[in-house]
Design a protein around this ligand. Sequence first.
Ligand SMILES: [Zn+2]
Length: 193
Amino acid sequence: MHSEIFRCRSMSEEVFYHIEVPSTGHVTCSCQGTNWCSHIEATLVFGERAMVYPDDRAAADRAQALAKGRLDRPRWWKATWQSNRRWRGLAVKEPKALDLLRQGVPVVSLEGRGKKRTRAEELARRNGWETVYAPTKGVLIHVSDAANDDPRCKRARELGIATVTHDHWPLIAPHADAIKAKLDTLAKSEAAS
Ligand SMILES: [Zn+2]
């Protein structure tokens, strides 16, 4: 029986799944997908090719033609791959903070508004920090009085960014250089290990 096979990269690792489209019967993916999975949807329904192994792109085109009209999106299906720009080979915008950090400018993300914010911003400026609203890669410190389950505080934790309160910020702000130096050392020791 004739079938078309091509490799599709995993969204999270450098491994490839095999997608097989036989001339009749089920379309399968070695991620365990039968007739539907993110890999099948992206490559055979939406025609995306960035995640297809480069040598297999012609086979993917033939497979897509062969699968036409045979794939139905399951009712329970929720696609999340479309927001994965890296997987799709689309330009990934870098956070401003990361760019600033590379230029040696320390960045702090500040939660809060009104006088409290103005005070924190003023202190940042005086000590050579740039300020942003949300913690992203490149931010060194997140200043927030919000509860621990606040989404920005959570995001800061995920990124390994220390969160301090507005009360503590005046103690941290003068030490931008020391914090940067410490992070550099950490990054170097991680790279070396
Ligand atoms: Zn799959």
